[in-house]
Ligand binder design. Sequence first.
Ligand code: URA
Length: 520
Amino acid sequence: MTGVSVTGEIDAPLPGPADFAAWRGQARRFLAAGLPPALVSWRVAGEAPGLFASAAPPETVAPLSASVPASVPRSFLEAAETAIRHRDPQRFALLYRLLWRLAHDEPGLMQVATDPDVLRLHAMAKSVRRDAHKMHAFVRFRCVEMADAPDEDSGADPVGAHYVAWFEPEHHILEAEAGFFIRRFAGLRWSILTPEASAHWDGATLRMGPGGTRREAPAEDAHEALWRAYYRSVFNPARLKPAAMRAEMPVKYWRNLPEAREIRGLIADAPRRTAEMLARGVSAPILRRQRPPPAAVQPTALPDVAETMPADLFSRVEDPAAALAALRAGLMGRNDLPPWTAASTQPVFGEGPLGAPLMFVGEQPGDEEDLAGRPFVGPAGRLFDRAAAEAGIDRSATYVTNAVKHFKFKPTGRRRLHQSPDAGDITYYRPFLKREIELVTPGLVVSLGATALRALTGKPLPITRVRGEMIEAPEGFRIFPTVHPSYLLRLPDPASKEREYARFVADLVAAREAADRLGS
Ligand code: URA
């Protein structure tokens, strides 16, 4: 490592407040030049340089030579790339100090969980991730500009409408999170304004701009009343828990949320509405949905997270369709989602009619499902459709969903490689699946593969042992286990493919007949 002779601090301006590539390039040069952390004064360009800082000597700004220091652990790079978005002005210095220590006799530093620098790094990365989750959940776009009149038949906004949202993130996350909104609203023209920067998407290109003010974003638009009416309709006064509600939706976000204007009134009216509901008693459809007590399968040994859920997502409601929509919205608003979900495009919930005679439960959305926001539309879905049609099942009359609602994958080059959910993932989503079943009330639930079966029964059961046998779930609904269609796709030779496909179709026929019997 070459040593640079320096007196005083070196001024290290970075082009942006969260420019990881620039920090990384600069830090590697400083490291290669042997510049200790105490001699670097980091700042964002535009901010005043440190009092004692001077311009960097040429050795530290020249292109990297062959003497670049050895590589650093991936865990450091991953956490650093997130933590650099933190608001703490000391973030660049902390990252460089960690890099320096990793390169100077402390290669195992990232494993020292009690080290104050490592602790701070993880705390900052966690806070940034939490801020990102809040942004995903609480950004609300309002339509500011219509190119043409709305479509009269569908009421849909015309192409060319411009949507603007105001959001106040805690950290410098706007540019990093813009991708989430591009994926979700790819076809719309939108802007997100924050106090420090703005992001503008025109349907093809993302442009970053200067910060804005709350007044530049409209406080209301034509959809406001509809959204608020929807919120009122899914609010369950009998399960009101203001503290849990505030934890899910901190008050500081209320100013931007149209539904927040309903909250005070709904809370004030809750006792009256609850008394009214009690006086009305249990309605007939809910009685019909109750099933006999558990039989074959013992209650789950796995813990579940239902207790931590906002109460009104897990209570009985009068409108199951609205409750399903609220369940989906509730999942999107959670701030304790498994960290890998941040890379996915969106949660994929089930689709199909309420009260469907058959509900199919798969493992998790794949690449195509993640992009489309619909279950079983990729290669496994196409095979499933073909087999279902051969078995005399009309998919549109069934409800199709997954045990895990986000796509878990490993990025490899341009492809996103499916990764199986682990027991923790299955447990996390279980309350959502159970509630989905409770609201859909299918005649028979067909589990496709091991993950679905585990999610439904609460324990790992070998498919080979229980395939085609009717099992009763702890909650009383009936499960018909079979294999997952992607198992058929993975079989290596045509003969076994054909044989297993025929077995799968036969299972679907048996499931259809069982559902017919249960329904008659
Ligand atoms: N595999 C699944 O389990 N579900 C899907 O939705 C797609 C593929």
